[in-house]
Ligand binder design. Structure first.
Ligand code: BES
Ligand code: MN
Ligand code: ZN
Length: 494
């Protein structure tokens, strides 16, 4: 689905389908009113029939013949003030209905809608991002992918003449983010027998080639030489070799401190010897969505040529039981020198991340953000709408909260104060890898915090937001929009 922007005389536009917003009280925007007049009042008449529901996203198709073949009326809800949610619902409804038509192209007037607290740039970017998310399919592993091409293939977003250059940039950036989201979704949706640590390293290689990025992939031997005992303790039950992917995006001066994005890349989490129950265990193929979001974000910022330095750091392995696997009670030494008693082999994410976080010190980073499907407890705490945000740094936390709000990919700050550290004390090692059921998302973050003293750090627990279960099962691509928005602000701030 391709997007472009144009300032058009809508009453003259030849297209298979014009998407026409309908505001509360059956009102049109300026462009909609012109179109209605050009078609002899056919649109008003259709509305009078009462066939268009008032609910945001409801649609009604009107045949208009010439110059536009059809008008697709879409409701923005019953309230005068259009909320962000109503607008997003309207875009999704319109793209879905347009997709069922025989028309290859569409012209959208949705950019004319005034959304409370938002400008035209926002309505344009939102059309791209919601439209692309609505059109996303993952069918590459079906023997017969659905025959119908994805429609509409081309969407023209109408803009006011004065704004064409700025609008063009806005849409380009939104397309870059949508491409990053799609990459993260594709990688997440791939099954564990395809998307192995080696496959993730190959995908990083493809990105590196396409955007001319520097890539290092550390192998097991190098990790051993670095004394990454925690990371290796997770991977050793598996036949698949672990990888530590280091992907460098340089968009600013070489001396400028980078932002490090560290993503958990467990390509399948069975729990190891502390094995998980069978029900829904398939969903643990999504346990590399943090890694996928790092690759997706780097894809997005590379495509927009953002003026910032970013390093993607991905520890990736499988967590499986075997005769060689770690056992509850085992004690390992991390790269930092701190020792960990592994009380539960299913708390593996923190074990691979802690060594990556120590490795991150060498980059003298401006900030490190780790992204991980870390705890079921975070899903219990926050559900599926907001990712968990943990950081001892108020300024960094505020930036990430704001980026989440801006990109409709929200997070929520969780506590991280010292009393929780008590729960991960161990009688035999410097710490245990679990702290009991109470506050499980917090104690996991507390564990990571012990490896992040050398820089500004934040942790995003995306266990509830990275994928959906049930009939719409699949990766969401979150938090690529949040991270992209965060990096855009940092790049602009300089
Ligand atoms: N990958 C899981 C977290 C997870 C579980 C995410 C369910 C989404 C849905 C993680 O490795 C894990 O197993 N965590 C354990 C930690 C526990 C053993 C302290 C959990 O959350 O149960
Ligand atoms: Mn686990
Ligand atoms: Zn896991």
């Amino acid at each position: 689905m391709q997007f472009s922007t144009k300032a058009l005389s809508i009453e003259k536009v030849r297209t298979g389908c014009v998407i026409v917003p309908v505001l509360a009280g059956r009102e049109f925007t300026a462009g909609g009113a012109l179109l209605d007049t050009a078609h002899g009042g056919a649109l008003k008449a259709a509305l009078k029939s009462g066939d268009l529901e008032e609910k945001a996203g409801a649609t009604l198709l009107v045949r208009t013949d010439k110059p536009a073949k059809r008008a697709l009326l879409v409701s923005l809800g019953e309230r005068r003030e259009v909320s962000e949610k109503s607008f997003r619902d309207a875009v999704a409804g319109a793209i879905q209905a347009a997709g069922a038509l025989a028309s290859d192209d569409a012209v959208s007037l949705l950019g004319e809608v005034a959304v409370a607290g938002r400008d035209e740039s926002w309505t344009l970017a939102t059309q791209v991002l919601v439209g692309r998310a609505q059109a996303y399919r993952f069918e590459r592993l079906k023997s017969k992918p659905s025959e119908r091409a994805l429609r509409p293939t081309r969407v023209v977003l109408c803009v006011a003449k004065a704004h064409t250059t700025r609008s063009h940039t806005t849409v380009q950036r939104a397309v870059a983010i949508a491409n990053g989201v799609d990459l993260a979704r594709d990688l997440g949706n791939l099954p564990g027998n395809v998307c192995t640590p080696t496959y993730l390293a190959h995908s990083a290689g493809e990105l590196a080639t396409e955007f001319n990025l520097r890539l290092q992939v550390l192998e097991e031997k190098q990790m051993a030489a670095l004394r990454m005992g925690a990371l290796l303790s997770v991977s050793k039950g598996s036949e698949q070799p672990p990888k530590l992917i280091v992907l460098h995006y340089q968009g600013a001066a070489a001396g400028k401190a980078p932002v490090v994005l560290a993503g958990k890349g467990v390509t399948f989490d069975s729990g190891g010897i502390s094995i998980k129950p069978a029900a829904e265990m398939d969903e643990m193929k999504f346990d590399m969505c943090g890694a996928a979001s790092v690759l997706g974000t780097i894809r997005a910022i590379a495509e927009m040529k953002l003026k910032i330095n970013v390093i993607g750091l991905i520890p990736t392995c499988e967590n499986l039981p075997s005769g060689r696997a770690s056992k509850p009670g085992d004690i390992v030494t991390t790269m930092s020198g701190q020792t960990v008693e592994i009380l539960n082999t299913d708390a593996e994410g923190r074990l691979i991340l802690c060594d990556a976080l120590t490795y991150a010190e060498r980059f003298k980073p401006a900030a490190v953000i780790d992204i991980a499907t870390l705890t079921g407890a975070c899903v219990i705490a926050l559900g599926h709408h907001r990712s968990g945000l943990f950081s001892p740094n108020d300024a960094l936390a505020t930036e990430l909260l704001e980026a989440g709000r801006e990109s409709a990919d929200p997070c929520w700050r969780m506590p991280l104060d010292d009393p929780y550290q008590e729960q991960i004390k161990s009688p035999f090692a410097d710490m245990a890898n679990v702290g009991g059921r109470a506050g499980g998302a917090v104690t996991a973050a507390c564990f990571l915090q012990r490896f992040t003293k050398a820089y500004d750090w934040a942790h995003l627990d995306i266990a509830g937001t990275a994928w959906k279960s049930g009939k719409d099962k699949g990766a969401t691509g979150r938090p690529v929009p949040l991270l992209a928005s965060f990096l855009i602000s940092r790049a602009t701030r300089g």
